[in-house]
Write a protein that binds this ligand. Structure first.
Ligand code: CTP
Length: 224
């Protein structure tokens, strides 16, 4: 896409929504549940989409990255915050890519005061499920909208990813195996397989920028 001979920007005028980063689920005023996501993959997608001419909204969990120029960044903390922003903007979006590592569960109760040890040797933590943002988008998607999700797995990559593709009604799923060297969180590279209904493309190890370009190429192909 980046090297189109006519010099035209292929995503010009299209609204692209990207989710990125981890979510944080508070336990008390000083503690939260989260994961190792750095947001790099989602930020690379937002920047590439911007460079290809799209109007980009980036819904980002807490990360240490600078806000990309020319991108509308909406900062969120919890999965429910992210759900609220995505559901309010989804209908105005042509392409949605969900790269965020959303916490599947949150503590049932958020203590107003710091939880004290009080001499206890163990405590129980009760968790409840968060809304599945990608599944919501899959249910509400119009035929003119393209939806891409991510799947991070530690085993049976293709089988699990294919299940998510169908279960969450996505047009494409980008799957990576956390156990593959150079893939996953906190690296500048990624090793992914792009899965569509009748097509599977295994990419070699690439920078996250290159992976973002390949994903947007494939999405452009779906939209055509
Ligand atoms: N996702 C989401 N909202 C959630 C959980 C996940 O939008 N509450 C999105 C992620 O952004 C990603 C995709 O769903 O695009 C895959 O998430 P993952 O957690 O791997 O899948 P799950 O359906 O939660 O399945 P499992 O935990 O069984 O692997």
């Amino acid at each position: 896409l980046a090297n189109r001979p006519d010099g035209e920007l292929p995503l010009k005028g299209l609204a692209v929504l990207v989710t990125a980063g981890p979510t944080q689920e508070p336990l008390d005023p000083v503690r939260f549940l989260t994961n190792h996501s750095t947001g790099k993959m989602g930020y690379a997608l937002a920047e590439q989409a911007r460079d290809l001419g799209a109007q980009v909204t980036l819904v980002s969990g807490p990360v240490a990255l600078d806000a990309p120029y020319g991108v509308d960044v909406v900062d969120v903390t919890t999965a429910r915050d992210m759900f609220d922003v995505v559901t309010s903007r989804f209908s105005d979006t042509e392409i949605t890519v969900m790269a965020a590592a959303v916490g599947d569960f949150r503590p049932v109760e958020q203590a107003q005061d710091k939880i004290k040890k009080n001499g206890r040797s163990s405590i129980e933590l009760e968790l409840t499920s968060n809304p599945d943002i990608l599944a919501w988008a899959g249910e509400h998607k119009r035929p003119d909208q393209t939806l891409c999700g991510f799947a991070m797995e530690t085993r049976d990559l293709e089988t699990n990813a294919a299940k998510k593709l169908n279960g969450k009604h996505c047009d494409m799923l980008v799957a990576n195996n956390l156990r593959t060297p150079g893939a996953g969180f906190a690296t500048d590279t990624n090793v992914v397989t792009m899965i569509r209904e009748n097509r599977e493309i295994e990419l070699p190890i690439m920078s996250k920028e290159e992976v973002a370009g390949a994903i947007l190429d494939e999405i452009f192909e779906i939209k055509r």
